[in-house]
Design a protein around this ligand. Structure first.
Ligand code: 3HC
Length: 692
């Protein structure tokens, strides 16, 4: 059955798209729209046409699942052109979100009416694309080049009332009955006749605006190709005729579509939705009610978690046995709220209400009735076990007991309680109220409803929850260990910290590993390594970092780490003293220093991640390679347009990656580079991680 149907309401033909879940423009929808318009045009009883959607939203875009496959007719630009060419007025009736190709269909219509709750947008940039069905040519004609650029370059949806102010929407429907409002509006449009955007002139714009825009977005869009193509296409809209502009847009669109960047970003889109599918946890798995949250430990992490909880309406008790720490934690929360109000992100009333839900305490008895407790004390097993034993005694049965550990075994922590089924790891990333990632660590005995509730909590906090298995460092920090190890070895082998950092930054990482180490504090990793009983028997292992910490060079907080930080500045300055120290350490260890290429830096650091990721998959610590990618893109600054380390390896070709890893095994020994059986097997059978 076609996902597009037509009904007649007096003189108005109503074409309804019904293609769950989001009415994406599959081939059948495109073909159905063309047939619907042709039938309406041929129908003498019809004087106006409405395009409306069933379900939760107007058309949310082209069908991303069709991308990368051979294109099927009718092509979307032709469908939109056919709608616009209709001799009877066509009205788009919008609810939910009209996005991408969906909004381009609406732009092909002659008029647009929307519910006040609806939004429009052109988010193609998030997929490494530009609008490909004449959006870059029609929107500037409708609302002006500058606003159109903003819509396309941010990719953010615009709420209907603002879109009406822009001129992108003609009418906001009264009430909730969109179809009735659209029929009434369509009746008025009959007299006005079709109004085609292609025939409009683009309002004059100062040519300097385009270069100013380029400058404005430069740092935000570093390394991306589609933003520049969007600017080029919109610039063309101001200079050439409509058809020439559309032809140029098509070419630019196809170039983007074929780029590895778009492939990486499309992978990111689906991988982030894929994390919701967790083995052993279904949509029907019940969730426990969470209204009262207790956070143990009022340090930066604890305060950030508490603040996140407060902003989503939870009642939060922040507990710390140290009165000063508690006062500092409360102060941090107040400052976070005040900052939010100052930046206009929060209303003062919300701040007052949030702070009204905050309690502080030094007494475990005060959190006996909590629904969930999140422990955020120091990363030390003995201390964590003490906290969990205390929680086990006091907190009501059925409460979830979570640890914010970033490396330690959730099973060992759970063993300090009589209820391991209620214990889970919730690894927040710093700053906890900003970072999108939440690693949800399931222990051996963690109950399914505890996992489901944690996934729900992540959503509520506006985070992406990725469920992972229990091992040292879970997915993120376990892989970071390999990445950091290669960085540290490269230092000894003669690559300067600033050279390594620049190489990886230019490759797309948010920061270089040495700058990150200084920001996070080199002491953090140092003490974590001390906790490990399975350190390799290799004096080169994290040698430079260990020596720096032992000299008191912890990073930004001490003004000196791998770099120097002068007068409280956060700008890393290379330190000749550190370079000399590295040379001396290399000499002591008999490591020969040499010239190292950028390619070697990238391959050793990134393939270090891939090898560890393959082991993680082998062991079932992650359910899918996409989950690993989501962790790295959202928690560790891995470039989204490269799709995460596992997708990147897939895009290079696992045969090539495997061959290089084998070379590294020969050159550097098998201690770190022994290729995992899974990598070998996939490479030899010409498969990808994403095929698993
Ligand atoms: N194509 C195919 N599938 C899509 C899709 C699309 N455009 N948009 C969403 N889906 C799928 C999701 O993968 C998910 O599938 P799953 O249930 O199997 O995991 C399902 O629809 C529901 O999506 P969400 O979980 O994201 O649902 P939300 O309600 O949270 O969000 C949404 C809905 C706002 C529409 C969000 O899905 C979204 O932003 N979608 C992408 C919109 C987009 O990028 N459109 C532009 C596409 S490119 C284009 O149109 C090119 C054109 O210019 C030629």
């Amino acid at each position: 059955m076609s996902p597009v149907s037509t009904a007649q309401h007096g003189a108005v033909s109503v074409i309804t798209v019904d293609n769950p879940p989001v009415n994406a423009l599959s081939q059948a929808v495109r073909a159905g729209l063309v047939s619907g318009i042709e039938a309406a045009e041929a129908n003498d009883a019809c004087e106006a046409v409405i395009i409306i959607c069933a379900g939760r939203t107007f058309i949310a875009g082209a069908d991303i699942k069709e991308f990368g496959k051979p294109p099927l007719e009718p092509f979307l630009p032709d469908v939109v052109a056919r709608i616009e060419a209709c001799e009877k007025p066509v009205i788009a009736a919008i609810h939910g979100t009209a996005l991408g190709g969906g909004f381009e269909v609406a732009l092909g219509c002659h008029y647009r009416i929307a519910l006040a709750s609806a939004a429009i947008g052109l988010p193609e940039v998030n997929l490494g694309l530009l609008p490909g069905a004449s959006g870059t040519q029609r929107l500037p004609r409708l609302i002006g080049a500058e606003k159109a650029l903003d819509v396309m370059l941010t990719g953010k949806p615009v709420k209907a009332p603002l879109a009406r102010d822009y001129g992108a929407i003609d009418e906001i429907a009264d009430g909730d009955d969109l179809e009735a409002a659209a029929v009434s509006f369509a009746t008025q449009c009959i007299a006005r006749g079709p109004r085609r955007i292609r025939d409009m002139e683009v309002a004059r714009v100062d040519a300097a605006m385009f270069d100013a825009t380029r400058k404005k977005i430069a740092s935000r869009t570093r390394g991306l190709i589609s933003p520049e193509k969007i600017i080029v296409a919109v610039e063309l809209a101001t200079k050439t005729d409509f058809d020439a502009g559309c032809a140029a847009e098509r070419e630019l669109f196809l170039e983007c579509m074929a780029s590895p960047q778009s492939s990486g970003l499309r992978h990111a889109f689906f991988a982030e939705r894929g994390v919701a599918k967790v083995p052993g946890v279904s949509k029907d798995t019940p969730k426990r009610d969470i209204a009262k949250l207790a956070v143990i430990g009022a340090g930066t992490m604890g305060a950030g978690i508490a603040y996140s909880g407060l902003t989503t309406g939870l009642e939060v008790t922040l507990l710390d046995n140290n009165q000063d720490a508690l006062a500092r934690g409360e102060k941090t929360i107040r400052e976070l709220y005040a900052g939010g109000v100052q930046r206009g992100k929060l209303a003062e009333a919300d701040m007052r209400a949030g702070l009204g839900r905050l309690n502080t305490s030094q007494d475990y008895d005060d959190i006996a009735d909590a629904d969930m407790v999140i422990e955020a004390v120091i990363e030390n097993m003995a201390v964590k076990k003490e906290v969990f034993a205390a929680l086990d005694k006091v907190v009501r049965k059925g409460a979830i007991l979570a640890s914010n550990t970033s490396t330690l075994s959730v099973d060992d922590i759970a063993s300090a309680t009589s209820r391991p089924q209620d214990v889970i790891g919730l690894h927040f990333f710093s700053p906890a109220h900003i970072m999108r990632l939440l690693e949800i660590v399931r222990g051996q005995e963690t109950a399914a409803d505890v996992i489901a509730t944690s996934i729900g909590l992540a959503k509520r906090l506006g985070k992406i929850g990725v469920v992972v298995g229990n091992c040292f460092g879970f997915v993120g920090n376990r892989m970071l260990y390999s990445y950091g190890r290669e960085n540290q070895l490269l230092l000894l082998e003669g690559a300067a910290p600033e050279y390594i950092d620049k190489t990886l930054y230019d490759w797309g990482m948010a920061m270089g590993p040495n700058a990150v180490g200084d920001l996070a504090g080199l002491d953090v990793g140092y003490y974590t390594r001390k906790e490990r009983t399975d350190r390799p028997d290799d004096p080169r292992f994290y040698r430079v970092a260990d020596v720096l910490v032992e000299m008191g060079r912890f990073g930004q907080k001490t003004g000196k780490g791998t770099y120097l930080y002068e007068d409280g500045s956060r700008k890393p300055v290379p330190d000749p003293e550190v370079n000399a120290l590295i040379r001396a350490e290399a000499e002591k260890l008999g490591v020969e220093q040499r010239d190292i290429t950028e390619q070697e830096i990238i391959e050793r650091c990134i393939y270090g991640l891939v090898v560890e990721g393959a082991r993680i998959l082998e062991e079932g610590i992650a359910s899918r390679s996409g989950d690993i990618d989501v962790v790295w893109m959202n928690g560790y600054g891995f470039p989204r347009h490269r799709g995460g380390p596992m997708h990147y390896a897939d895009s290079v070709g696992l045969d090539k990656v495997y061959a290089r890893v084998c070379e590294f095994t020969e050159r550097f020994g098998s201690m770190y580079w022994e290729p995992p059986a899974l990598l070998k097997e996939l490479a030899e059978s010409n498969r990808k991680f994403s095929d698993l």
